[in-house]
Design a protein around this ligand. Structure first.
Ligand SMILES: [Zn+2]
Ligand SMILES: [Zn+2]
Length: 327
């Protein structure tokens, strides 16, 4: 399906900064009418075949550029419960990219050029979120050491304490990236997101963006969420045991019970920069503007700089010779 403008027939998409549905052609606000898919994965605007993978949920018609949401992929367990709407539009995401790399040396001259930034895509990345009730039980020994001088002697006193830590923590919405298409670890780098702004899912939010349904289910990804929870629990435990010079654990048990898990979408702007036949991906957190990516080094600029430097050195050497000759 897609959203057609009642006034002009244009495509109505979600505008992140106005937080409204806006017609791309006439600028009307909230003028959308839902046009369902007549035939599966055929554009109901122009009749063209929509290119999809088995995970595509929202995409653009390659012929008429209308943004579609494939309603047959949005049913049952594939319907996300929550979504974090984009806060940054394409223009502001591009600005964040430019700002981040503005001072970098040896960047290719067309990096972040307006024309290549046009290809930036807003993507909703599928996530599983887990609520855990965790029980942490720790038993061990801790040393407290005191040293002082008595005449010619240095006295060291070591007191050994028995440590028992038994506490419970409730974790809320621990996120794990459920898309295989995103590079591993990239989403962890793009965090944090302000999860307080998660909203109930409605398909309007997807209009104007790309989205895939999840490729890995909740059970498959649960160990990764538990790993994150255990990491936080370890932090709390370390705080509790911070006053001891040495800690020897006997029992260190963390049990995580899943209270709830649900499918959600998080917003990312993706920019692929092509340089010397290679692709350099950049990602901008669609909510906070945090930028991740490593730009290529322009050899032409490195050589240009070295040549300039060489010319300067050569000039000074020349001057020095000249001065020596004069003397
Ligand atoms: Zn319109
Ligand atoms: Zn079309």
């Amino acid at each position: 399906m897609f959203y057609r403008c009642k006034n002009c027939g244009g495509n109505v998409t979600y505008h992140p900064e106005k937080k409204k549905m806006i017609c791309e052609s006439c600028g009307s606000e909230e003028s959308q009418q839902e046009i369902p898919q007549k035939k599966i994965h055929i554009c109901s605007n122009c009749g063209g075949q929509i290119e999809t993978t088995e995970y595509t949920l929202a995409c653009r018609c390659p012929y008429c550029q209308t943004f579609h949401i494939l309603e047959d992929r949005m049913e049952g367990e594939y319907r996300p419960r929550l979504l974090l709407p984009f806060c940054l539009d394409r223009h502001h995401a591009a600005e964040k990219l430019r700002e981040t790399f503005a001072g970098k040396m040896f960047l290719p001259s067309n990096f972040c050029a307006a024309s290549s930034l046009e290809s930036m895509e807003g993507i909703y990345v599928p996530f599983w979120m887990y609520d855990f009730h965790s029980h942490i039980y720790f038993e061990g020994e801790g040393d407290r050491v005191r040293t002082w001088r008595e005449g010619d002697y240095e006295v060291t006193e070591t007191r050994v304490y028995r440590l028992i830590r038994d506490f419970e923590v409730d974790y809320d919405k621990i996120p794990v990236d459920a898309s295989v298409a995103m590079e591993d670890g990239m989403m962890d780098l793009l965090e944090p997101y302000q999860y307080g702004e998660l909203d109930d899912f409605t398909p309007e939010y997807l209009s104007g963006f790309q989205a895939d349904i999840y490729e890995q289910n909740s059970e498959t990804l649960r160990p990764r969420a538990e790993e994150k929870a255990d990491g936080f629990s370890e932090g709390y435990l370390a705080e509790e045991n911070a006053g001891y010079a040495m800690v020897r654990p006997f029992t260190d048990r963390k049990e995580n019970r899943v209270e709830d898990s649900f499918f959600a979408f998080l917003p990312v702007w993706k920019y692929i920069y092509r340089y010397n036949g290679k692709e350099y991906p950049f990602y901008v957190n669609g909510q906070t503007g945090k930028v991740i990516g490593v730009p290529p080094v322009s050899l032409a600029r490195v050589f240009g700089m070295s040549a300039a430097l060489f010319a300067v050195i050569f000039f000074f050497l020349k001057m020095l010779c000249y001065l020596l000759e004069v003397l």
